[in-house]
Design a protein around this ligand. Structure first.
Ligand code: NG6
Ligand code: CA
Length: 516
């Protein structure tokens, strides 16, 4: 006789099987738990990679990702500067929704809410081991940080099992690494002190002691001197813990490689955030002179080499075919970003913008349109894709890949686009530069009027600001030379309406934008 319990357990089991089956159907095209690696560069421009047209810099390892993966020609960072782009990448939320998502000092508190969904948190819940190696720049702690103690909250509190980071940028103090919240190599007898307002008594600065510097500051960057390089912010102590600038690339690479070796037997996520080619540009002597462009070109070649070595590790460990790689940059390029390092003087025939207008900090295309590649050996068919994609969409796309339900208003599931089976990207996108936003719809880009400076003087980059509304047709005018706002009021009004619908509630100025 079949007992009541047996019938009940049979019923429960079939329900479970049905739910397993339907999950399998949803994601059957892919292995649902591949390793996932995001390789993220800092200030790499659309034209800085040979696959994207550079002739004066050769980047064979990035080129290989591009030629064997999906190479996006209309891929965007969410913002034209670092912190907001990284915020959007990890959280899938537009950075202009968070007033704190602006370029941060090294002492800024963590700007990601520890209750918020993030890529690492989502993947961790799916059984992934999650890690970050490299540049952080999303703040640490809750206000006043004592760098001699465990620093938290930080990456480990927003979903990373492992973190090995530089807190902010290479040009900002603290110039030490943190491993899981602790300053690496700190001698308790030589404590570390950080201040962004005032110097520590008797400590030299770039401003007062130029004779102690080996790199000359151009604007900003004249506070504490570390390794001959004047930085932003003041720092004292921690002599043994200070990083070596010329070894930073090798150091992060080794950490990333070790991470892969240690976690190759479980699904892992790695956010490998390289520091190049952000200032100060400090190629290891092995790379000095590899290009004719000076340090900026040389560190791009160095970064490309690191990526090649990292790929070799995946291959040697036998996991390349089970690893999805997403490659991109946090914002567009800049030449002189605060130091005299020959980037301007030796630019020669190189076009870091790849023909686009603007650059880092700009609402014009070169601010956010960056190299963007997905690579998955044996799974992704090589294709050049002109779909509009944004780093904001990686969260929802990885959710789809790994079978998680996320409800996100900003991040769109573009998994098919990212894996090259569809070229139907986003229809619209809000782009950001500092406190300003612009609106993209299909091939059209609208920049609302802004009264700020047209050019950022020190870096010599057009910001996209104009008292006039601007409307560009990127399908025929990628260089943004012809403002069609007056010629095409119909399109302009359609754009204003859609833009207000997304941004208006958040921003009074946008809400008050009038139709033409
Ligand atoms: C700016 C710095 C610039 C760079 C940038 C952050 C000055 C004058 N300029 O404030 O050198 O550090 O911040 O770059 O200090 S980002 O890529 O991290 O956004
Ligand atoms: Ca950057």
């Amino acid at each position: 006789m079949i007992s009541y319990q047996t019938i009940l357990s049979f019923l429960i089991l079939s329900v479970l099987l049905i739910s397993c089956n339907s999950k399998e159907e949803q994601t059957s095209t892919y292995s649902t738990q591949p390793n996932i690696v995001i390789i993220y560069l800092d200030d790499l421009g659309y034209g800085d990679v040979s696959a994207y047209g550079a002739t004066e810099i050769q980047t064979p390892n990035i080129d290989r990702l591009a030629s064997e993966g999906v190479m996006f020609t209309d891929g965007h960072a969410s913002s034209a500067t670092c912190t907001p782009s990284r915020y959007a990448l990890l959280t899938g939320v537009y950075p202009w929704r968070n007033k704190d998502a602006k370029i941060l000092p090294g002492t800024a508190p963590l700007i990601i809410d520890t209750a918020q969904i993030t890529i690492p948190k989502m993947l961790k819940e799916q059984g992934y081991y999650t890690g970050v190696v490299g540049k952080w720049h999303l703040g640490l702690g809750t206000g006043h940080v004592n760098w001699n103690e465990h620093v938290s909250p930080g990456p480990n509190e927003i979903g990373f099992d492992y973190s090995y980071i530089m807190a902010a940028t290479q040009d900002r103090v603290p110039t030490v690494y943190l491993e899981n919240g602790l300053v690496d190599g700190l001698d308790p007898n030589d404590p570390i002190e950080i201040d962004y307002q005032k110097n520590f008594e008797g400590e030299p600065t770039g401003l007062d002691n130029p004779e102690l510097t080996t790199m000359e500051w151009h604007h900003g960057h004249n506070n504490s001197i570390v390794n001959g390089i004047p930085r932003i912010g003041f720092m004292k102590g921690a002599e043994k813990a200070k990083w070596s600038d010329i070894n930073m690339a090798d150091h992060f690479l080794e950490k990333a490689q070790n991470y892969v070796k240690q976690h190759k037997n479980e699904p892992f996520f790695l956010y490998y955030a390289l520091q190049q080619p952000h200032v100060p540009r400090t190629p290891n002597p092995r790379f000095v002179g590899k290009t004719d462009l000076g340090p900026r070109g040389d560190v791009i070649v160095e970064a490309d080499w690191c990526i090649g070595e990292f790929m070799k590790t995946l291959e040697e460990e036998g996991i390349l075919e089970n690893t999805l790689i997403i490659f991109s940059s946090d914002n567009g390029p800049v030449l002189n970003d605060g130091y005299y390092d020959d980037a301007v003087e030796r630019i020669g025939d190189h076009d870091q913008n790849g023909g686009l207008r603007g650059g880092k900090y700009s609402l014009f295309e070169a601010g956010t349109r960056v190299p963007f590649i997905t690579y998955w050996k044996g799974k992704i068919e090589p294709i050049k894709s002109d779909a509009l994609v944004c780093q904001l969409d990686i969260l929802a796309s990885l959710a789809k890949l790994t079978g998680v339900e996320v409800s996100s208003t900003d991040s769109q599931d573009l998994l098919d686009v990212l894996t090259g089976t569809s070229t139907k990207g986003r229809e619209e996108l809000v782009l950001e530069a500092s406190t300003r936003t612009a609106f993209r719809k299909e091939n059209w880009l609208m920049i609302p009027p802004y009264n700020g400076p047209a050019v950022a003087a020190h870096v010599n980059i057009e910001l996209g600001n104009s008292p006039e509304l601007q409307l560009y047709d990127l399908s025929s005018d990628l260089g943004q030379q012809k403002n069609l706002a007056k010629d095409n009021p119909e399109k302009l009004n359609e754009m204003i309406r859609d833009y207000k619908e997304i941004v208006g509630a958040q921003n009074l100025e946008v809400e008050e934008l009038e139709l033409k």
